[in-house]
Design a protein around this ligand. Structure first.
Ligand SMILES: *Cc1c(COP(=O)(O)O)cnc(C)c1O
Length: 230
């Protein structure tokens, strides 16, 4: 019992999953919500098996990636033999990658235009696989940012449902960096009620507790778990 090694965090050095999990639970309880209402998505973009395997060993099952090609190169081997992995696409999706995205991901969070809705509907019908879909909302109406404008959201969700037979499970947003995120999270929650969807993917390393207070069902946390991306 005297080995100094037993006082080290051994194989988990550098992985801050336990701390982030504890903060998610604390934020849920502080908001009067059940901890089980909030899913922690470990955003593993830019990290490889060396960093991801310890998170899998610690029981993490929900991961986020922002690029189709990167996810395709990493996840087929990482998820082999692990049926319970849930992979979320949190980055922009080009129409010509819809087929690969449908094959790879369990949840696509970045549906944001009619052409992509059509492409996903066609691929889902072809593949017989239906990833859950979130619509990305550009809550700050930033010209350079992806996402549907809040004013256009009801019509867009209506088109997805009526024209393409797509079930919309939730909404996702990335607030402008310089703004108070709480305002954007409250807006996304109000929009979700307006278009009658349940899930809210909002909050990253710097603001996930604020998002949980505003009703987030999914928080997307990368650097607070895995460290800086350099
Ligand atoms: C990278 C990324 C995250 C995670 O960001 P961190 O600040 O590292 O937690 C969340 N959402 C999206 C869309 C991302 O691209």
């Amino acid at each position: 019992m005297s080995s100094p090694l037993q006082h080290e965090p051994t194989s988990r050095t550098g992985l801050h999953l336990d701390e982030v999990r504890a903060r998610v639970v604390a934020a849920a309880i502080a908001a009067g919500r059940a901890a089980s209402d909030v899913t922690l998505i470990a955003v593993s973009k830019t990290f490889g098996a060396i960093e991801i395997e310890p998170a899998l060993a610690a029981g993490q099952r929900v991961f986020g990636e922002n690029r189709v090609q990167e996810a395709k190169s990493k996840w087929p081997s990482l998820r082999a033999g692990r049926a319970s992995i849930e992979l979320h696409l949190v980055g922009p999706l080009q129409t010509n990658k819809a087929r690969e995205a449908v094959a790879l991901f369990d949840v696509i969070e970045t549906l944001d235009r009619p052409k992509l809705a059509a492409a996903l509907a066609a691929e889902m019908a072809r593949a017989g696989k239906r990833p859950r879909l979130f619509v990305e909302v550009n809550t700050g109406a930033e010209p350079q940012k992806a996402g549907v404008l809040p004013t256009v959201l009801p019509a867009f969700v209506g088109l997805c449902r009526a024209q393409h037979g797509l079930a919309i499970a939730g909404l996702m947003c990335i607030p402008p960096v310089e703004d108070d995120p709480a305002r954007h999270f409250r807006l996304l929650a109000a929009l979700a009620r307006q278009v009658d969807v349940h899930d809210l993917s909002m909050g990253m390393s710097g603001d996930f507790e604020i998002a949980i207070a505003a009703g987030a069902t999914h928080v997307r946390v990368g650097s607070a778990i895995f460290g800086g991306r350099g």
